[in-house]
Design a protein around this ligand. Structure first.
Ligand code: ZN
Length: 302
């Protein structure tokens, strides 16, 4: 049975960009958070107990989360996970998630970032028990819409002062936009410390984010874009049954730890109406509909 709905890529934008920041630096509180606020953009922070600053300032990261930034799990001691025993991996990945949930109540901690992007199937098996998506950094950081990626080994593009330039990272945004893809940027500190090869000047970061804004990319946290993208594959593989005057479409959650609510833009093949749980949806300005993936079914009335 042909599925009469298709998911609109990247929430109605031509392309998407996610900015991720690792290791819970003080500069995330002092420089990054105000910069993101001034630009009206939300990003992802990957937290680790390896940060002395984080361990003593958890409330400051709680405040950033309350302001809409995504908080992800980046392990307790920032080890190379492939080199640990299974028991130690579980402590670093699952144990630290428990710690984060306890100390930052109300947050799901269902997204993960691998320290040093060190990852393999054994590691993914454990990450996947409690996280629906995980970020590595082995290549160009660009994700295509059509091909389903390995959700537990998502590529990203890492910034290094000695290797990268603002112009290069702006060009990556333009290329990603032209290709209709999703770019995942990886950063560490946001400061002027020239001795830290992995930190980025706030003005440089601002210029890169501004480029993504000017391109009208969908700029959203890693887990937000990831959930939308992952849900799109579930909708593609939904079960469709046709009655005389309607279609019933049902789907499953592809991972138990995905957000309970994922708004998804869909397009309809023909001129019909869409209902979810007997409530008719009104179309968006562009003719698409925003459905709630969490409801697991919808009806299309012919
Ligand atoms: Zn790290």
């Amino acid at each position: 049975m042909k599925n009469p709905i298709t998911v609109v890529p990247w929430n109605g934008h031509k392309a998407a960009a996610s900015f991720t920041f690792d290791d819970a630096y003080e500069s995330h509180v002092t420089n990054l958070a105000p910069l993101l606020d001034s630009l009206g953009v939300k990003a992802t922070c990957f937290l680790t107990g390896d940060s002395y600053y984080f361990n003593h300032n958890i409330e400051k990261f709680r405040a950033m989360a309350a302001n809409g930034l995504e908080m992800g799990n980046h392990t307790e001691t920032h080890p190379k996970l492939t080199q640990l025993s299974d028991a130690d991996r579980k402590r670093e990945i699952l144990g630290y998630k428990e710690y984060l949930k306890k100390n930052m109540p109300g947050l799901p901690f269902n997204v993960f970032g691998t320290p040093y992007c060190d990852n393999n199937e054994e590691v993914q098996k454990i990450i996947g028990q409690e996280h629906y998506i995980s970020r590595d950094c082995r290549g160009y950081g660009r994700i295509t819409w059509e091909k389903e990626p390995n959700w537990l080994s998502m590529d990203s593009k890492a910034w290094q002062r000695s290797l990268n330039t603002v112009e290069e990272f702006c060009q990556i945004a333009r290329d990603t936009n032209d290709a209709g893809e999703w770019i995942i940027y990886m950063n560490h500190g946001v400061d002027l410390d020239k001795n830290n090869d992995y930190s980025i000047d706030p003005e440089d970061l601002k210029a890169i984010i501004q480029q993504a804004i000017d391109l009208d990319m969908w700029i959203a946290p890693f887990g937000t874009v990831g959930a939308y993208h992952r849900a799109s594959f579930a909708l593609q593989h939904a079960s469709v049954s046709e009655n005389e005057d309607s279609y019933k479409i049902r789907w499953k959650f592809p991972h138990a730890k995905m957000p309970k609510s994922i708004p998804i833009r869909i397009a309809l093949d023909f001129d019909g109406t869409i209902e979810q749980q007997d409530k008719e949806l009104s179309p968006n300005e562009d003719g698409s509909y925003t459905i709630e993936f969490g409801k697991r079914e919808l009806d299309v009335l012919k």
